[in-house]
Design a protein around this ligand. Structure first.
Ligand code: XLS
Ligand code: NI
Ligand code: NI
Length: 441
């Protein structure tokens, strides 16, 4: 099967190559050099860049004030199966021209939902057959699949958290079909983003029952998938708000608690999204660190928010400083466990050229590559690690060391403090740490 479908959608664009930072070619990588080895691994393997089917192929730019602006030449056909094939052709042409190895999808990004569950399942199965051929021909892999359990009006009161069991069961059915699709395509992971899993008003909400029901659904999903040979990891993607006023998977710490409380910690990790972190009043790097500390740094949804807006603007990542700080955490944690970097990002409503999709992904990949290179240099050639470890040197010897081993008591602390003078004032040297990062940028 040819890599470009019957019709070439991105005409005039060839495979994107690395040309280095001096290149003026907008359709070339300046920092992302897939085969370049950094910290013992190629950039390609560090990142496992993925295209998000929903934004790149389906997001035509509609907002509450107006319709879509992007006249995508695929999926215009009235027959949903023809439209789905065209979309798949465009998707694989895009991914292979980008030189990426992965994609991610929601069930109904692939093909529109039908009016009945049975017909929807048929559509998904047929589209998956077609995707499988395209994947075999191109070598492109599925980073993760997921079910859209938030767009359809039936989920207005939630999916797993819905107060009506019939809706929970319907969500379970859709989840099963999405898991089947993910497994059929050898998906490496499965994501749960709880779009409507939360509440608008506590007055009409049984919070504990709703959360326990989500846990039940997740355990069923895990048992079903593993029973059918799925070896991948499940990820929860935290987000604090939007669409619900309060989302149950508020942030990394909240989600980790949920995972442990529900007995899911052997099989579940986190998918951290930049813009969700900032919506939760955290930094992206904070969320990565919280996940890493719990051994749950699974995957990343790459994008960025807007300093002035309080919603998920899903812009392409271009904040090099932010991503460099994140790459420090990433490298020190030993990378992602099972996941990759999925561009859950959309071009702006007025970026209407097809080539803008490439330019945006190039910028995103370059931002991560640059961050990785800088973080690696900071760790290995600057004074950074030494300064950082030095701050905690008092825990590496004497009573400090005994304290970390829990070999001393509160009375020992009392005796230690009583026989010492007022502790010495030691500068935190934040500006020095910041300057080192700037110096290496
Ligand atoms: C929305 C989420 C969504 C998930 C997948 O804010 O980021 O796109 O990644 O359902
Ligand atoms: Ni996301
Ligand atoms: Ni998001």
């Amino acid at each position: 099967m040819a890599l470009i479908g019957e019709k070439e959608y991105f005409q005039g664009i060839n495979e994107i190559k690395y040309e280095g930072r001096d290149s003026d070619n907008p359709l070339a990588f300046k920092f992302y050099n897939p085969e370049q080895v950094v910290a013992g691994k190629t950039m390609r393997d560090h990142f496992k860049f993925a295209m998000a089917y929903w934004h790149t192929l389906c997001g035509t730019g509609g907002d509450p004030f107006g319709p879509g602006t992007k006249d995508f030449p695929w999926s215009k056909a009235a027959d949903p199966m023809v439209a789905a094939r065209e979309k798949a052709d465009a998707a694989f042409e895009f991914i292979t021209k980008m030189g990426f190895d992965y994609f991610c999808f929601h069930d109904h990004d692939l093909v529109d939902e039908a009016t009945s569950l049975v017909d929807s399942e048929k559509r998904v199965i047929k589209t998956v057959e077609y995707l499988k051929e395209k994947m075999n021909a191109s070598g492109v892999k599925l980073l993760w699949g997921t079910a859209n359990l938030f767009s359809h009006p039936r989920y207005m009161n939630g999916a797993g958290s819905n107060p009506n069991f019939d809706v929970v069961a319907r969500a379970g059915a859709q989840l099963k079909i999405a898991l089947d699709a993910t497994m059929e395509l050898n998906g490496e992971n499965y994501v749960f983003w709880g779009g409507r899993e939360g509440y608008m008003s506590l007055l009409n909400t049984h919070m504990k029952l709703e959360q326990d029901n989500i846990g039940r659904l997740m355990r069923m999903a895990r048992n079903y998938a593993q029973g059918n040979g799925f070896k991948g990891t499940f990820f929860i993607e935290p987000k604090p708000m939007e669409p619900m006023k309060h989302q149950y998977d508020f942030d990394a710490a909240t989600s980790i608690n949920f995972i442990r409380e529900q007995g899911l910690d052997k099989d579940f990790k986190l998918n951290i999204e930049v813009n969700h972190a900032t919506l939760a009043q955290h930094t992206f790097q904070h969320e990565l660190q919280v996940a890493a500390n719990a051994g749950m740094l699974g995957s990343v949804d790459a994008n960025r928010g807007d300093y002035q807006n309080g919603w998920d603007t899903d812009q392409f990542p271009n904040n090099v400083l932010e991503i460099t700080e994140a790459m420090l955490v990433f490298l020190k944690a030993g990378g992602l466990q099972g996941g990759g970097i999925n561009f859950d990002a959309k071009t702006r409503r007025n970026s209407t050229d097809l080539e803008d999709l490439f330019i945006a992904h190039i910028g995103g990949a370059d931002t991560f590559a640059r961050g990785l290179l800088v973080a690696d240099a900071v760790i290995n050639t600057s004074n950074y690690e030494h300064l950082l470890n030095n701050r905690y040197a008092s825990f590496t010897k004497g009573k400090g060391l005994e304290f970390t081993k829990e070999k001393i008591s509160l009375s020992d602390l009392y005796a230690h403090a009583k026989s010492s003078n007022e502790p010495e004032q030691i500068s935190g040297k934040q500006e020095l740490f910041e300057n080192i990062l700037n110096q290496y940028l």
